[in-house]
Design a protein around this ligand. Structure first.
Ligand code: 2P0
Length: 353
């Protein structure tokens, strides 16, 4: 019987605390600034991908949640598959003449997200990370997660950070080739298990401006982005990395909220302006600011940190001891959405209970 070449791997969603917004190279997906995220390393928020290589296959094919997804020549998907085949050839087949020539076989890939799109979470990060992880396993590549992140990055920028759990930086790099634009682990999840994340689904409408086109418009038109790139992000990357290593929630929260604010400020500074937050998003900010103000007045330091991506949904980072109180508070003010506030770094489910 012929050998079956098949592998399955999964990758989680991540939420940035220092935001990636802007590319200096749109083809290689090289960013204008470094970024840092927390991986929501939970069974409930993952993409799982199975890939199979077979000499009888006549073309590379992909199924997304059971539906055929075209692999357009020259697309990001085609690039990732081609790069993985190249890595197989160079690191395995060229070194071992007995290794099966899997890089010459076509692949069939099936990918599933176990979270609904309505959760308001981008699936491109976990999706491309799982694709790359699955092909790496199929091809038995001797590659580190950082090396694989170079390829996931070319699928979707934020995907490179989903190859690690815990606290992850995407270093922007300096080389035009992109060889040094990769993800590195700042600390594993176990370093700070008290860190939780509460997702507040404010709206499950599809966003008006895609990240890819929105960030390019910002690069082309926003003077504030230039200030952010040169004078803000480098300092914040260093300071928040130190805060994570020291488990200093107060500093972590301060920087996380400031960076979310500045990301939305550069969106507003874009021509024409981009609005991702809505009235409910802003009301949640006001609630968290007031909650923190009371905590600070009692000498306790910050207890919660909001962050918003390219949409209206809030993610609130908080330590485990405060997460229930925060979930109850948000639920009390926004009862119509109560079922959709999930503690996604702790127990997935109704966090207010
Ligand atoms: C981030 N976002 O750091 C930022 C914050 C959205 C706001 O990464 O064009 O979908 O595929 O590289 O990765 C969204 O950008 O864009 C994003 P592409 P991507 O998580």
């Amino acid at each position: 019987m012929a050998t079956v070449y098949e592998a399955t791997a999964s990758a989680p969603v991540n939420i940035a605390v220092i935001k990636y917004w802007g590319k200096r190279d749109t083809k290689l997906i090289l960013p204008t600034n470094s970024s840092l995220s927390v991986t929501l390393d939970q069974d409930h928020l993952r993409s799982t991908t199975t890939s199979r290589a077979d000499p009888s296959f006549t073309e590379d094919r992909l199924w997304l949640n059971g539906k055929v997804d075209e692999i357009t020549p020259g697309s990001r998907l085609a690039t990732c598959i081609a790069e993985m085949k190249r890595l197989r050839k160079e690191t395995v087949e060229d070194k071992d003449p007995n290794a099966p020539k899997l890089s010459t076989y076509k692949v069939h890939i099936a990918s599933y997200n176990n979270f609904p799109t309505a959760a308001g979470l981008a699936s491109s990060a976990s999706g491309f990370a799982a694709l790359v992880a699955s092909l790496a396993q199929l091809y038995a590549l001797p590659a580190s997660p950082s090396t694989l992140s170079l390829i996931a990055r070319q699928g979707s920028g934020s995907a490179c950070r989903s190859l690690f759990g815990g606290f992850v930086a995407w270093e922007m790099g300096a080389l035009p080739s992109g060889e040094d634009s990769l993800a590195v682990e700042i600390a594993p999840r176990e370093h700070w298990p008290q860190m939780h994340a509460l997702i507040c689904v404010v709206s499950d409408d599809k966003k008006g401006t895609s990240s890819t086109s929105g960030m390019q418009r910002t690069v082309d038109t926003s003077p504030l982005l230039q200030h952010r790139i040169a004078h803000v992000v480098p300092q914040r990357m260093a300071a928040i990395s130190d805060a994570i290593r020291a488990r200093d929630f107060d500093t972590f929260a301060r920087i996380t909220m400031a960076d979310s604010n500045q990301f939305h400020a550069v969106a507003l500074d874009t021509e024409p302006p981009i609005f991702y937050m809505n009235d409910v998003s802003r009301a949640i900010i006001a609630l968290i600011v007031e909650y923190n103000r009371l905590a600070l007045a009692q000498g306790k330091g910050y207890k919660a940190a909001y962050t918003y991506d390219a949409g209206p949904n809030a993610v609130i980072y908080a330590l485990e001891e405060n997460i229930k109180e925060i979930a109850q508070l948000v639920t009390a003010y926004f009862p119509q959405r109560a079922g959709e506030f999930k503690d996604v770094l702790g127990l997935y489910g109704d966090a207010a209970k």
